[in-house]
Structure formats: C-alpha cells, structure tokens
Design a protein around this ligand. Structure first.
Ligand SMILES: C[S@@+](CC[C@H](N)C(=O)[O-])C[C@H]1O[C@@H](n2cnc3c(N)ncnc32)[C@H](O)[C@@H]1O
Length: 448
C-alpha cells in the first residue's frame, strides 16, 4: 500500500429498510407487467444488487404470498404499500433460504413503510398484517399448503401443464424451479484450457468444479467482473443444459466438398451458443436475430471472446429477405419460447406468462422450423431447441414436424433436460443441477 493512502474498504451496505423499499419498487413494476431486468433498471444503481437478491427471493414465494395475502388482507392497500407488504410476507415465509431473522425483517419493513410518503399512512396496517402472520404462521402455512399455486409457487395452469407433460418428474421439477441456480460458466477453449482456468481461479480463492465437457460450476456465485479472465474472453456464463447445443450439432457433422462447415444460428442473440460453436469448430457461422439491439450484444460478446461471425439482423421465418442461396451444413434453431425451463434464473417468468402464450409461441416455432428446413443441405443437420419444459414447444412440436416432413430423421442421443432430474445426455448424466431444455437433432435425408 502506498504511504498515506487509505486502506481498501468495502462500501457500507445500505440499511435493510432501503433495500426493502428498492425491492418493493421493482416488484411493483413486475406486477405491472415488466420483466425483472426492466423492473430493476428503475432502481437506484447502488441498491440494485440487493434489490435483485430480495426480488428473486420474493418471486420464488409469490404463489404463497398471494394466498397468504388473500387470508390476511380484506381491502387491497395502495400499490406501493401492497408491494412492501408482499415483500415482507414473502421474506417471512419459512424456507431453507431464509435471508433475515423475522424480528429484524419486521422492524425494517415497518421502517421502510414509514419512511416513504406514499406509504407512511399504512404503517400500522402493514405492521398488523405481518405480526398476525408470525403469530398464526403454522396454521396459515398449513391452510395455504392446499392451494396448488401456493404449494408450488407457480400459477395453477403452469403446474397442471408440467404435471401433464412430465407425470413422473413434475414435483421434482417444480421443487427445483424454486431454488436459486448455480453460477455455471463455459471455458473458451481457444484461449485457455479448463484446467488452467480452474487453477487460475483457485489461486485467487475462487473454487469451481468441472461439469460437462467445457463447464465449471462455482461453489459461490460472483459478479463476472471480479472473476479473473472475463474481460480477456476466457469464459462466458452459460448454464450446463445450454452448453450441450454446440457439441450436439457439431458431433459427426461433415462439411460438404471438404470446405469449412457453413452454419446458421437462426435465433442467435445474445450469442451464447454462436460463441460456443466458434470455440469448438472451424466453421463459418451466420448469426441471425430479428432484434437489432440484441444483435449488438452478439457483436460485443464475440469481440470479447475474440471470435468472428457474420451477424445479420433479419427475420429467420422470412429467408427470402436474407438468404444468399448457399445451403447450410448445420442450423441451430434456439427458438423463442415460454422460457419455462429457466425459472431458477428468471423467477418472474411464470407470473408474466399467460396460459394462452404457449400456443402462440408454439405456432411461431413451427413457422421457424418450416421456413429454415429447406435451407439445409442434404445430409445436413438442424438442431431444434427451446429452454422450455412444455411438450408443445418440444416433443410434440418435433413429432408434428416429423409427420409432415418425410425427409427429416430424428437422430438419437438427445433428450430433454429437466431441472433436478438426471439427464439422459451422456456428458451431464451425473449432474441434475441444470436448467430445463429440450433438444431434437434432425438430419435431412438426401433427396430421393
Ligand atoms: C432463446 S433466445 C436465443 C438465445 C441464443 N441462442 C443464445 O444462446 O444466446 C431467442 C432469440 O430469438 C430471437 N427471435 C425471435 N423471433 C425471431 C425471428 N423470427 N427471427 C430471428 N430471431 C428471432 C429473439 O430476439 C431472441 O434473441
């Protein structure tokens, strides 16, 4: 340390009442239909990490919170008071992940209500509600246990769909979806080996275990910028299930005429799977996405990882507007979906989706599949995937496609990843700690 300079000091954490207010502000935005990222962007920057941690904990108890509130509250309070009350109730629900002792939480919650002009008149009401919850906790928990949306913390239609689509595993899946996900990363093997990265991290006290073929899972999640090698492009954050896409598409895929593989990543932004393809194959990759802003993220990610793709802003369902006519050896279609498999990382999703969204997304996926299939060279492969648990976006979608496309053959060794359930995919067979994902690898038979 240079003479006279102050020792490094961690910034003081904001008081809990302020964090609760920030969480409630974001929660109010989610209740108005914004996703968690949009909601958190409204919160003061210094309070954002704490607000996110609290918001995620609250949303993981959202079904329970609604059921409790129905019993405890006769007349709906104002929106800001409601958000604070719900924040308090959700964080008081007994769970393995309890963040604060209940007496601390209650006193800080009441402080938060009192210190806001928009809520201070409702301090006594909020205080009475949360104290009644604490007094009658056991009975209230038992009473709400019989409400499916409270028991599983997803809307009832969502629970029914998971139960119908996965009769053997639905409880494990729903239980697992309420947990926080581990931080899993993919090593950029063009720049560093997994062993070398693991050793570099261990030297700085960051412990991680190898998972899958290119992954490391951290013992404790950390912000990306404090971990060695992020800016240098040595690694990217990517769930274990998503890390299967590139190897599945590439294994056994041969370029025609001895050229480099010509690949299309049809729904590519922000570029996680595009980058993985480029890290492990000598390929020319077209990365397409309909969203121009998200395409900028592909550029940024590839630049950081020192990789290159041809990035195109276009609608994959309208190839006449962008396709050059050169057939692709491989196509990755990571289609837009309900994202029902990634609830651990996006606990707002079940509450933002409506039952009717599933059919609309399935129809969009069907259009994309049908539009892209003709762009595949004979003998080429298309990997269809969604981060969804719902059969209509996975298994059923592919069965319909196969019934209507006699040139398509479903290749083996691709199975659904279900959170908490041991997968059939060899490389992660012993690790169920992944998101929900559906994969189907289709091969185009040579023309008759
Ligand atoms: C599941 S995300 C893709 C994630 C990406 N493959 C990755 O690994 O980072 C789906 C993407 O599809 C894009 N999308 C939706 N409809 C599309 C269309 N008709 N054409 C091209 N992209 C589309 C969305 O903008 C979104 O970026």
């Amino acid at each position: 340390m240079a003479m006279g300079s102050a020792p490094d000091q961690a910034p003081l954490a904001p008081p809990l009442w302020q964090q609760l207010q920030a969480c409630a502000q974001a929660l109010q935005a989610v209740l108005q239909g914004r996703n968690h990222a949009q909601a958190l962007s409204l919160v003061e920057v210094r309070l954002r990490p704490a607000a996110q941690a609290l918001l995620f904990a609250v949303l993981r108890q959202w079904g329970r919170t609604l059921a409790l509130k129905k019993i405890l509250v006769q007349r709906q309070p104002s929106a800001p008071a409601n958000a604070l009350l719900c924040t308090g109730l959700a964080l008081l629900v007994p769970s393995a992940q309890a963040m604060y002792p209940s007496h601390t939480l209650v006193s800080q919650l009441v402080e938060a209500v009192k210190r806001q002009a928009s809520t201070q008149a409702q301090a006594a009401f909020v205080n009475a509600c949360v104290r009644r919850f604490l007094r009658e906790q056991d009975a209230l928990m038992a009473q709400t246990d019989s409400v499916p949306s409270a028991r599983w913390n997803v809307p009832t239609w969502w629970m029914e769909r998971v139960r119908q689509d996965h009769p053997d595993h639905w409880q494990t899946i729903l239980q697992n979806s309420q947990q926080a996900a581990p931080m899993t990363i993919r090593v950029n093997q063009r720049l560093i080996s997994r062993d070398a990265l693991q050793a570099a991290w261990a030297a700085q006290g960051v412990m991680a275990d190898a998972v899958g073929t290119h992954g490391l899972v951290l013992h404790q999640a950390k912000p990306v910028h404090v971990l060695p090698g992020f800016e240098q492009g040595w690694w990217s954050v990517q769930d274990l299930a998503a890390q299967s896409a590139a190897p599945l598409l590439l294994t056994g895929l041969q370029p025609r005429d001895g050229n480099r593989l010509n690949l299309l990543d049809a729904c590519a932004a922000p570029g996680g799977k595009t980058a993985h393809l480029l890290e492990i194959a000598d390929a020319q990759v077209t990365a397409l996405d309909v969203d121009a802003q998200r395409c900028q993220r592909i550029h940024d990610n590839l630049a950081r990882l020192q990789l290159h793709a041809h990035v195109v802003v276009a609608d994959a369902a309208q190839p006449s507007s962008w396709w050059t006519g050169q057939a692709f050896d491989g196509i990755l279609l990571d289609a837009p979906c309900t994202a029902s498999g990634i609830v651990r990382r996006h606990p707002d999703i079940p509450w933002l989706r409506r039952a009717g969204d599933v059919a609309g997304l399935a129809s969009q996926q069907k259009s994309l599949l049908e539009a892209l299939w003709p762009l595949l060279a004979p003998g080429g492969r298309l990997l269809y995937c969604t981060c969804s648990l719902f059969a209509s976006e996975g298994h059923d979608q592919i069965q319909t496609f196969l019934a209507n496309n006699k040139q398509a053959r479903l290749l083996p060794s691709v199975g659904p990843f279900l959170p908490g359930v041991i997968s059939q995919v060899d490389s992660v067979a012993d690790n169920p700690d992944h998101d929900g994902f559906f994969y189907a690898l289709l091969e185009r038979q040579p023309d008759a």
